[in-house]
Design a binder for this molecule. Structure first.
Ligand code: GDP
Ligand code: MG
Length: 392
């Protein structure tokens, strides 16, 4: 009885707090990121670029940065979602975008590092905020030529680091045939460049038919097409988010015209937990293994093949197979000792990692103290000057 009550309480508590979910939206300026964010949330979360006055100073507009917005949403069953959206204004605007790529990947890795560090602490911080990004919505402009160089460069770097969801924006500007052609060309390029996007994993043996059917259907839609709008119109007494044209009006939620509703449902309802699980169990686990083994690239064989495989079936949890290393070819003889040695090495690496972070922290503290000292000096000087003035 008691356990039932506490379970119910726990459930209520998580419901009250809401499910935390973090999305990043990457795409070139004007690709429709802001409009998509507003459409997804059903409210104006970010200002669309058409309403932002052009900066007179070119360099200001071109500065690439990440911007986080937090929105509280509630789904139709009253479940609260605490959504963090990281927008990437200025992405791809400069001639050399290599630093843009690093800013994005550094951010993603930093969130993993924070969790890694928290996991290794003896005493956990009860207020720790897990800010790992659960999916990157990557906006591709339909050009009739597949991916652009900047897309390939960015997506290659994101591969294996985060769930990538490729999207074609402004589907209303394309005919049905053009959309089909663009989808085909983009898909070919994604394959050609070895870009691993989120491939709605399922396991024919363990998953039910519904999951298998849904996920194979979702696979067939990649890259998703979307139409966004920043405006809501009243149509026959109903408020509808849509776009007005000289020839008429379209509802962005129209299934016939784009995959927007499907994408919104999978992100916020049906696949929210799957995306979070995949981030934690597969992507973060891969990052963790690489980080703790030093330089990366020294992944054990059984993991390397797993991560390099085509994203076709649900990869097993790395943690679920504690004996996997026993089967590893490099550990054929003295397996037990070899495992002990592995554990010892892993502990050493973890220690080195923590030391590195501690050193960083000390450095930051020193800098802070330095700033404070400077501030005090300035204050003292101002006081002195004020005193001299009043004595005059
Ligand atoms: N036709 C059409 N225009 C769109 C769509 N989404 C956004 N836009 C327009 O494209 C321009 C740039 O959109 P914005 O969301 O500000 O792009 P951002 O720079 O990527 O954030 C704006 O004028 C939007 O109104 C769409 O689905 N269809
Ligand atoms: Mg924008």
């Amino acid at each position: 009885m008691a356990s039932v009550t506490s379970a119910a309480l726990r459930k209520r508590k998580t419901l009250k707090k809401g499910i935390q979910f973090t999305l990043m939206v990457v795409g070139q300026s004007g690709s429709g990121r802001s409009t998509f964010i507003n459409s997804l949330c059903g409210q104006q979360v970010v200002e669309p670029s058409s309403t932002i006055p052009l900066a007179t100073d070119d360099s200001v507009e071109r500065d690439f940065r990440l911007r986080e917005e937090n929105v509280e949403l509630e789904d139709n069953e009253g479940v609260k979602i605490s959504l963090s959206i990281i927008d990437t204004p200025g992405f791809g605007d400069s001639l050399d975008n290599s630093s843009n790529f690093n800013i994005v990947t550094d951010y993603l890795k930093h969130q993993y590092d924070e969790v890694l560090l928290e996991e290794s602490r003896v005493r956990r911080n009860p207020r720790f905020k897990d800010s790992r990004v659960h999916a990157v919505i990557y906006f591709i402009n339909a050009t009739g030529h597949g991916l652009k160089e900047i897309d390939v460069e960015m997506l290659k770097r994101l591969t294996g680091l985060v769930n990538i969801i490729p999207v074609i924006s402004k589907a209303d500007a394309l005919t049905r045939e053009e959309l089909a052609l663009n989808k085909k060309l983009i898909l070919e390029d994604l394959k050609h460049y070895g870009i691993e996007y989120y491939y709605f994993p399922y396991d024919l043996e363990t998953d039910d038919n519904e999951t298998v059917d849904t996920n194979s259907y979702l696979r067939s839609l990649i890259p998703f097409s979307v139409i966004g709008s920043n405006q809501v119109f009243e149509v026959e007494g109903e408020l509808i988010r849509g776009r007005k044209y000289p020839w008429g009006f379209i509802n962005i939620e129209d299934h016939e015209l784009s995959d927007f509703v499907i994408l919104r449902n999978l992100l916020l309802i049906s696949h929210l937990q799957d995306l979070k699980d995949y981030t934690h169990e597969i992507l973060y686990e891969k990052y963790r293994t690489e980080a703790l083994s030093g330089s990366g690239g020294s992944l054990p064989d059984h993991l390397t093949s797993q991560f390099n495989a085509e994203p076709s079936i649900k990869s097993p949890l790395v943690k679920q197979d504690p004996d996997a290393s026993l089967q590893s070819p490099s550990l054929n003889n003295d397996t037990y000792l070899a495992r002990e040695e592995q554990i010892r090495l892993e502990e050493e690496r973890l220690k080195a990692f923590e030391e590195r972070v501690q050193k960083d922290l000390l450095q930051k503290k020193k800098e802070l103290m330095e700033r404070e000292r400077e501030l005090r000096e300035i204050e003292e000087r101002l006081e002195r000057e004020a005193r001299i003035k009043s004595e005059d």
